[in-house]
Design a protein around this ligand. Structure first.
Ligand code: NDP
Length: 491
């Protein structure tokens, strides 16, 4: 016993519990100097390029093609040819084999994809490794399962593919958004022209190598890169039958205007300003974890982020105290460090938007809290932020910030919570925290949101449909519902 005491004295208790850095090696990833477009199973040389960078330190990563309307035309022609040349007539069980192969290849190469996603997008490696990439693979597995069962999914309706799908995706979940769009399109017998976001093209380009490994017939999936002009060229292409878009409400509205009267199908998954509502009987520590996950996951670059926190007045003070204390334990820093909780902001433009909205919050009279944290000097960074003393009319309570910024508001009764939560042009998601099952159901029935999470937040599953009301868009992705936009049922 005396000896044990002696050992304890000698070893001592560490006074500093900060984490040592644990960087994931990027050696597994090979990035070419220059990328073209993946069209008809081949790489086309771009006439013009731009540079894609790592947002953590602005390191240039590769030259990326800026596809013109002619390039898009070639991609659409390749997709049409592949559609007519066998893909649409292939039995579902054969299409499923390709999808299963893609899913397995994504699993096998998951570390490579995770490192590349974090490098090019800025999100923490633990999120790309544990959420983005596994979910992307899961989507391919899930829709592979539907490919030969469409007749059962829609009995007596003769489901048939729509044709060529133009798909435009954002930068917040690059590979996952690709999977959400490509997997159901292929399962239903369509071919695809997809444009990744300007700032995050690299995992979509690596995905082309997965398609090659899976021996997907040429032209079934075509990837063109570039900025909004390339997206607009896809929208305007005469020979595209369906557009699937995820991004800002502003661009979504523009696309809807362009397509009006064209007969082309359209699904839009747009912005959000979700209410995360905590009642006084909720388990507070659990709720705090859900609030943190709701708004600081992926630096708040999440369309369904719980960016408006509604707290029942009686628990306002203890909850905010717990939340602010929890914020001081979040590790902000290198996206490739396995300990990092909050990574880099995706781009200079997005950082500017966050800074502008945060400045408006201060100016309008809200009280700001940011934990002490040292932000790297290079790259794009923003500290996790909580605003209290927020009025419903403030811009930070109305507009999508798409950053790690939470606005806290209060309510007294469930009716008041509901009215305030629904007081937004958006309607994508919401969260409810309470011990009472009946209250969860009461709220869920009345919240104008496509997804309502109860005592959890930001949970995704390929089997569960996702999509919005009002200015958050229309159409559903995921689940059986996610097949419907890629099918026609005429006789
Ligand atoms: P955008 O809506 O501009 O981008 C989404 C995708 O559409 C990108 O691939 C983009 O290309 C493309 N695009 C841009 N303009 C057009 C066009 N006229 N026709 C067809 N496609 C087009 O979003 P931003 O990246 O500009 O982000 C702005 C704001 O949008 C964010 O601050 C956030 O609030 C919100 N947003 C919401 C998302 C969501 O999931 N709901 C996702 C991303 C952003 P490119 O990348 O080259 O611009």
């Amino acid at each position: 016993m005396a000896e044990l005491d002696k050992t304890q004295r000698e070893v001592g208790v560490p006074g500093d519990w900060t984490y040592a850095s644990a960087p994931e090696s990027r050696d597994i990833v090979h990035i070419d100097d220059r990328y073209g477009y993946f069209v008809g199973g081949k790489w086309l040389e771009p006439s013009e390029t731009y540079e894609t960078i790592a947002p953590r330190d602005e390191e240039p990563l590769a030259a990326i093609g800026q596809a013109t309307a002619e390039d898009v035309g070639r991609a659409v022609a390749a997709a049409r040819e592949a559609y007519a040349d066998g893909w649409s007539a292939l039995p579902g069980s054969e299409r499923a084999k390709y999808l299963f192969r893609i899913a397995r290849l994504l699993q096998e190469r998951s570390r490579e994809f995770a490192v590349l996603e974090s490098l090019n997008g800025g999100k923490p490696i633990k999120e790309s490794r544990d959420v983005d990439i596994p979910l992307a693979a899961a989507h391919f597995f899930y829709y592979a399962g539907w490919a030969d069962k469409l007749e059962y999914a829609f009995p007596n309706r003769r489901p048939r593919p729509v044709g060529v799908a133009g798909q435009i995706i954002p930068w917040n979940f690059p590979l996952l958004m690709l999977a959400w769009k490509v997997a159901p399109a292929l399962a239903c017998g369509n071919t695809v022209v997809l444009k990744p976001a300007e700032t995050t093209p690299l995992t979509a380009l690596l995905f082309c190598d997965v398609l090659r490994q899976a021996e997907l017939p040429p032209g079934v999936v075509n990837i063109v890169t570039g900025d909004g002009r390339t997206g607009a060229a896809i929208v305007e292409s005469e020979d595209v039958d369906k557009i699937a878009f995820t991004g800002s409400t502003e661009v979504g509205k523009e696309i809807q205007r362009r397509l009006a009267g064209s007969g082309k199908r359209l699904t839009l998954e747009l912005g959000g300003k979700a209410a995360n509502i905590v009642f006084d009987d909720a388990a507070l520590d659990q709720a705090v974890e859900g609030i943190v996950n709701g708004i600081y996951f992926n630096q708040g670059h999440v369309c369904c982020a719980g960016s408006r926190l509604f707290v029942q007045e009686s628990i306002y003070e203890p909850l905010v105290a717990k939340l602010e204390r929890r914020l001081t334990t979040l590790r902000v820093g290198d996206p490739l460090d396995k300990n990092t909780d909050v990574g880099a902001i995706n781009s200079a433009a997005q950082l500017e938007k966050i800074q502008e909205l945060v400045a408006s919050g201060k100016e309008e009279g809200a009280e700001i809290f940011q934990p002490p944290c040292v932000l790297p000097e290079k790259g794009y960074w923003f500290a996790p932020t909580v605003f209290t003393n927020v009025a419903q009319s403030y811009r930070i309570a109305q507009e999508e910030i798409f950053g790690p910024v939470l606005s806290v508001l209060t309510f007294r009764t469930p009716e008041e919570a509901l009215e305030k939560a629904n007081n937004t042009p958006y309607g994508l998601s919401a969260g409810v925290w309470t011990e009472k099952g009946s209250r969860i159901l009461w709220m869920a029935q009345r919240l104008r949101a496509g997804v309502v999470w109860a005592n959890t937040y930001n949970r995704f599953d390929p089997g569960s449909p996702f999509g919005g009301y009002k200015e958050s868009g229309f159409g559903r992705e995921g689940g059986r519902h996610g097949l419907e936009p890629y099918l026609r049922f005429d006789e």
